[in-house]
Write a protein of this length. Structure first.
Length: 1086
């Protein structure tokens, strides 16, 4: 047998022991003999795998230990998965040899044993899966570490951050890859239902902050979780791979297929694209992104975003010995205290420049080069890897876990980065191996040596660019390439035959529910009910799919359920209890938005089917003409810029996507679930639809009450009841009922039943009369909650923003992480109703609108880091004042929901030049809008301000801020926003923002200057205004005015602009301190 450069060294043991413990493996990349056979090459790697991986596999569970020496019993899921992948990769290579002497079987079943060992550990925690589906928290998740030999739990939630969704996602991804290659890992229906429930957990990753790959959460290592791009990316990849996948492989049947909610997958995709190229709020970049954007996940479809992310990782983290995990990572550095789990505030500054470097990421870059057909990259990282490899006493290659700077050299390294030699962690001859690195080494070398191909190790073709992918899943997956010029199929369904006849007179062809039979029309709630049976398993205590709405993508498919063909109308056609559904113009807008959403994100072979449900109520009064215009647009083939094809439902089915819900095929002994289809409205024969007279919004006088709360809140109950019986004004009735509700409770009896029933009737009457102010008042009294509130807030958060709820000028609640609808409802009704009852519901309206706008037009929110709903409402009221001119301004609460949405869009547009500067500052300040690079400039100011910055009583100190954070960190930007959050006047806030920009520019142009004391921004603004007053009184010969209105109305630039006054006071303040001398200062004589 020909020798290989990495083969076992046959030298005497004495020679092996005489060298350095970390003697580099010099021969690893020497050319092999030309006559080396395939068997010899594979035998070389087989010996490596046997000695550095399989030797440590637990004979009972099949898991791999985190530490390979001593009595440590921990096995991490993440590490074990890569070990299984290493053995499987070599098994794939052995398939090329006919007589493999049983090695293929051994290696494949080593991988299977590990995958089933992980499944065994997971299934013993089925109760946690059930809890996590309902309430995803760090204390309800699956564990990420188990006892290597028993599979028992070994660390509590208090001792360890188990919430690492990336580990579950990686398991699902490798499960699909291995089964696709022919391995049999899943054996029965219990295991299928359990995997389906893991998918339910992973679907919500986009809104679940976790501890991430490095188990530390935020960069500060203080026990807090974050939303990580790497976790969301792996989840997206896993969901794409397992959608429609048959867990029994080619021997499978319909009930071993996994289902994925396409709308949930799409939310993960949107979230990932919003987060990247960052890893999280505190991690500007992270090496954990490499396995996310490249092997094994290949989570990105956008080549530009991929290049940006990869370039950032390489540029900021690459070193001579490997990649840093992230900047200021203290893990295993000489200055880290191993006795403490968490760091102290500002401690991470100690690790700046001495972070450990991990050679494993050279391997990821090698693999990436192979997959992308870039031999230059493969060679570059092979050459970098060679000097950092070591060997065991038997001569096998060893990947050190990390290289660190010894304590004695730390100061030298900090002074001159890269100057000091780093030393490897204990790996190799002392029996300590980093198994994740060993496994990845095997995969990388097999690929680089062309012993396996990318298609072998990625049989589901995750690596293939999206536009070139075909349907690679095994049976029912419908995910495919994105259509560029998609045509949406549309079926128009009339609620009744009477409505159909009426529309026909206008040339609008529709069908009724009876005419589409045997096809059934369902509401999306019925589909949710059907999906509830998916993944149910009484033995494991699993209840199936959680009660989550089906989105637009899910309702655009056709379903086969219990032998029936079912189509669903989108959630926007549901009869909602919330008043926004009473505004037909808003419904039309929602239809256009839904069509645009489907066009943009539809990712399946076949056309989406969009059902338009027309109710008789839609065409009453002034609603008729807008609805007719929309239906005419459908007939013409283009709606909202989307191409549509309208036809009979039976005709459209052949080109649409059909989903088989075979999991509902249950035995005869089990009770069939009852589903309610949409039924045709029964109306008297030969009756006609009567269009009522057109009613626009109710006149303002009808919405003006003739009573006030202050007048009536202390009057006796019997007087209030008497007044309630006598008055016909809905607005007055709402006020009186509100007083009764607070005093007597919802069950107190009035002439029209209980107080709550009476309020409900007023709510309905006001809705039919379009008395929107009364509608909002009564909706708030009834504590109504709009649908999709929580997802809308999540849409804002994943764009890297924060949301605050609360009335302008009052206490606000900052939302940084996704919350449940129940929690959001409590915040809204607790924070918003102190000032005006109507505030709570109009804030819900704005959250819904903002959630949609920011997903589709994020550029409108550029420069706005904190979305303060109360302040935005203040901006809208101010805009109405501007438009009113000398007349009284329109009341925001009397506008229809459509008008509110349009007003919101108007104020979000960049300010028009025709506006005076007072108005522009007022609007921009209310929106919390900042100029480009604003937060970076505040960082630069803080670097030159030893005592920090103060404004409105809020102090931003230089330390520990600069030690804890880095310039480009999201958390620093939020800290600046918190400082500015104490300012209570929008126009004043905008002047402060301008002042900070001036300070930054002055310091940038005068590097020798710095502030000696705290920078009091209020004091500087006051001094600038004082200078402005002096000039105004001198030039215009008027007395000084304390009112700052004229200052706010002055342009920032130009002669006597605000910036000139701000610059003057900033320079005065700087020149009061010391000037740093410089050697090249032209003022120095000698």
């Amino acid at each position: 047998m020909a020798s290989s450069p990495d083969a076992v060294v046959s030298s005497p043991p004495a020679f092996l022991r005489s060298g350095s413990v970390y003697e580099p493996l010099k021969s690893i990349n020497l050319p092999r003999p030309d006559n080396e056979t395939l068997w010899d090459k594979l035998d070389h790697y087989y010996r490596i795998v046997k000695s550095t991986l399989l030797l440590y596999q637990s004979p009972t569970t099949g898991l791999f230990p985190t530490k390979t020496c001593g009595d440590d019993q921990k096995a991490k899921i993440h590490d074990s998965l890569y070990c299984a992948a290493g053995a499987w990769a070599l098994a794939l290579a052995y398939r090329r040899i006919d007589d493999d002497k049983g090695r293929t079987h051994e290696l494949e079943h080593s991988a299977i044993k590990c995958m089933r060992g992980i499944l065994y550990c997971y299934m013993r925690q089925a109760d946690k899966v059930q809890q996590f589906k309902q309430d995803p928290r760090p204390t309800t998740c699956l564990h990420s570490v188990f006892n290597v030999h028993t599979g028992d739990e070994i660390l509590s939630y208090e001792e360890y951050g188990h919430l690492q969704i990336n580990a579950v996602s990686l398991y699902l991804l490798y499960l699909v890859e291995m089964i696709s290659s022919g391995l049999q890992i899943i054996y029965n229906t219990d295991e299928v239902s359990f995997i389906q429930n893991l998918v339910f957990c992973v679907e919500r990753v986009y809104r679940v902050p976790d501890f991430g790959v490095w188990e530390r959460g935020s960069k500060y290592n203080n026990g807090s979780t974050e939303l990580h791009s790497s976790s969301v990316g792996l989840a997206k990849a896993a969901l794409e791979a397992i959608n429609g996948f048959n867990l029994f492989g080619n021997q499978g049947c319909s009930w071993s297929v996994i289902f994925v909610d396409l709308d949930a997958h799409n939310r993960n995709r949107q979230t990932l694209c919003s987060l990247l190229p960052r890893e999280s709020r505190s991690h500007n970049t992270d090496a954990a992104l490499l396995p996310c954007i490249s092997y094994p996940a290949f989570a990105l479809d956008d080549e530009v975003l991929f290049s940006q992310t990869l370039d950032k990782v390489v540029r900021k983290l690459k070193g001579k010995y490997g990649f840093k995990r992230f900047l200021r990572d203290g893990y295993r550095t000489s200055l880290e205290d191993p006795k403490r789990r968490y760091y102290r505030p500002a401690e991470i500054k100690l690790f700046d420049g001495i972070e450990c470097e991990f050679p494993i990421f050279f391997l990821y870059m090698m693999i990436d080069g192979v997959f992308r057909g870039n031999p230059k990259q493969v060679k570059e990282y092979q050459d970098l890897l060679t000097p950092v490899l070591h060997q065991t006493t038997e001569g096998y290659p060893v990947i050190p876990k990390y290289y660190f700077v010894p304590a004695d050299f730390v100061e030298y390294e900090k002074r001159n980065p890269g100057s000091q030699k780093r030393f490897p962690s204990n790996c190799g001859r002392d029996g300590k191996l980093f198994l994740w690195g060993q496994a990845l080494y095997v995969i990388a070398k097999l690929l680089a040596d062309e012993l396996i191909s990318p298609k072998d190790i990625d049989p589901v073709q995750r690596y293939v660019p999206l536009q070139n992918q075909r349907n690679v899943s095994m049976r029912f997956s419908n995910q495919g390439p994105l259509e560029n010029d998609l045509v949406v199929y549309v079926a128009l369904i009339a609620e009744s035959q009477r409505l159909q006849v009426f529309l026909n007179t206008y040339g609008i062809q529709t069908q009724t529910p009876q005419q589409v039979e045997p096809i059934q029309i369902w509401a999306q709630q019925e589909l949710v009910k059907a999906y509830f049976h998916l993944g149910i398993n009484e033995k494991l205590g699993l209840c199936g799919r959680p009660d989550r709405p089906i989105g637009c993508l899910g309702t655009s498919k056709i379903y086969r359920i219990l032998g029936k063909t079912v189509v669903c109308y989108p959630i926007i056609f549901d009869l909602s209890d919330f008043y926004m559904s009473q505004d037909v113009l808003l419904l039309i807008d929602d239809i256009k938005n839904a069509l645009q959403f489907i066009k943009q994100y539809w990712k399946m072979h076949g056309h989406p089917l969009f059902l338009v449900l027309i109710r008789e109520d839609n065409i009453r009064g002034s609603r008729f003409n807008p609805i007719l215009d929309m239906l005419a647009a459908f007939k013409n083939g283009v709606v909202g810029g989307v191409k549509v094809h309208v036809d009979r439902l039976q005709t459209l089915i052949s080109g649409a996507v059909v989903e088989q819900l075979d999991f509902l095929r249950i035995s005869d002994t089990e009770e069939l679930p009852e589903f309610k289809s949409f039924e045709e409205l029964e109306v008297p024969k030969h009756s006609k639809v009567k269009r009522q007279s057109s009613t626009s919004n109710a006149p303002e006088e009808e919405q003006q009450p003739d009573v006030t709360i202050t007048e009536w809140k202390n009057k006796p109950t019997h007087e209030i009841l008497q007044k309630l019986n006598d008055c016909s004004c809905l607005a007055s009735q709402a006020i009186l009922l509100g007083v009764l509700l607070k005093r007597e409770g919802p069950n107190f009896i009035t002439k029209e039943g209980t107080v709550s029933d009476h309020i409900e009737r007023v709510y309905r009457r006001a809705g039919s009369k379009k008395c929107w102010s009364v509608v909002r008042h009564t909706a708030s009294l009834l504590s109504k909650l709009v649908d999709s509130l929580a997802p809308s807030i999540t849409n804002v958060l994943v764009q890297g923003k924060q949301v605050t709820l609360g009335a302008f000028g009052h206490e606000e609640e900052v939302i940084s992480n996704p919350l449940s609808p129940r929690v959001i409802k409590n915040i809204i009704y607790y924070k918003c109703n102190t000032h005006d009852e109507r505030e709570a519901v109009i804030q819900q309206e704005l959250v819904i609108h903002i959630g949609w706008i920011i997903s589709n037009n994020p550029e409108l929110f550029r420069g706005m880091l904190k979305i303060r709903i109360g302040w935005i409402i203040h901006a809208m009221k101010y805009e109405l004042q501007i438009r009113g001119g000398n007349k009284p301004a329109r009341d925001l609460y009397q506008l229809s929901p459509t008008e509110v949405k349009q007003l919101l869009l108007d104020i979000l547009q960049p300010q028009r030049n025709g506006r005076c500067w007072l108005n522009r500052r007022q609007i921009d300040g209310s929106l919390n809008r900042t100029p480009p690079e604003f937060y970076d400039r505040v960082w630069q100011i803080l670097e030159r301000t030893p005592n920090g910055i103060i404004v409105a009583g809020r102090h931003l100190p230089q330390q520990p801020t600069l030690s804890d954070m880095t310039m480009y960190e999201m958390n620093f930007s939020f800290l600046v926003e918190d400082m500015l959050g104490n300012i209570d006047q929008p126009k004043y806030r905008q002047i402060v923002v301008e002042l900070l920009m001036v300070v930054s520019i002055v310091l940038e142009r005068n590097p020798e200057l710095e502030f000696q004391d705290k920078v009091d921004l209020d004091k500087l603004v006051k001094e600038a205004f004082h200078e402005f007053q002096k000039d105004e009184s001198r030039l215009k010969e008027v007395e000084k005015q304390d009112d700052m209105t004229s200052f706010y109305n002055t342009p920032p630039l130009g002669k006597r602009g605000t910036c000139s006054y701000l610059t003057k006071v900033v320079m005065n303040s700087l020149l009061e301190g010391e000037v740093k001398p410089s050697n090249d200062d032209p003022c120095l004589v000698s």
